[in-house]
Ligand binder design. Sequence first.
Ligand code: H79
Length: 428
Amino acid sequence: MTKIDRVPDTKQQWFKDAKYGLFIHWGLYSILAGEYKGKKTDHISEWIMNSLGIPAEEYEKLAKEFDPTEFNADELVRRAKEDWGMKYIVFTSKHHEGFAMYHSKVSPYNVVDATPCGRDILRELADACRKYDMKLGLYYSQSQDWHDPNGYVSHANGGEDQLKDDNDKKDFQYYLDHKVKPQLKEILSEYGDICLIWFDTPMGMTIEQSRECVETVKSMQPDCIVSGRVGNQLGDYMTTGDNFIPRLPFEGDWEVPATLNDTWGYNKDDNEWKNPDDIIRLLVKISSRGGNYLLNIGPKASGEVPKESIEILNTVGRYVNQNADGVFGTRRIDVYPYELDWAEFTGKDHKLFIHVFKPRKRLEILNCGNNVTKAYVLRDGRELEFDVSPTCEGDTMINVELPKDLREEKNYCVCLELEEVSPVFEPL
Ligand code: H79
């Protein structure tokens, strides 16, 4: 297992058990969908204001076009819960562009006061989450704000030195005191229970400033946890790099934020969709290493979720819903000596789950030091025959026989019940 100095611990059982969540990136950038005045961005589309150098006075006019007639929070949350099997949602309450997707009294640059639609999107989502008993977390960009004169800006265009000079002229503490902290208080007081605040990219923040963000959150909702990107090692859990999956089990609580294509916000030209089989495998892999998978959708400006995203998530959701016991509440498996190209393992208490991703004649796995009492197909409970044979190295192999129909299949899960809690599992 990867050893780290400080083991991040949310002390929240729901987070340790959750494994699978939905990230939603939605803002004014969704209107541009990767293109501004005939120029296309090569980068992640929610960065378009920055990447194409659109001045704030120009960019803010987009708010006048925001009218999400196709957005249906109830339908989206129902899908996430029932069709996709997800356990929490994280919504962009304010991304780097600086626009609040809720009714803020702190800044008129928000979805109610600056748009013709006047809809409080966060209110709609929070109501739907309450209805479906779905946990709701909020992304909040605490460091970068390209609309506020004192929010930090990251870029590329002027080079690192230019960037540093520009940011040094800002009164970041003023922005923190007059926008960030008051807005955090709003989102944590007006919309019910918020399970986490997803801070992002703490560029330029001192440890004191990161601490102020954490303390503001905890003062409003003590059980609300904060992502690792609040900075200065003050997060309750570790956030990996975007789309980055640790190679080994990782200590403590952690989460992988990931995309289904190559952008977070909607980009009409991005068709690099991942394969649902790969997503299923990544979800299982991340679970077996002790993490959660936070998978993103970028709705169009209209509120419509791209149909490709829905199809992928429906396919993944069928696997998740059929094999829920082998995903949710599982614990990191400390040591399994081999990487197998056809399987990943998850486990909890006295169960070891073999997730099979390629057709096999029989399942042969190294015994993990425990007697197997029963083997069955997880989705329907069908019992399977098995035996144990010695290896030439003096270990034993468990051999699970498969009925004919299963030998042609991929993407199914077999549960081995063990006599005792397996020593390879982290204790519950
Ligand atoms: O919200 C999503 C991203 O917008 C955000 N984090 C996820 C969850 C994010 N913030 N920073 N980054 C991602 C990485 C930024 C990379 C950059 Fe660039 C390299 C910024 C400038 C140079 C990519 C290339 C974006 C603009 C140019």
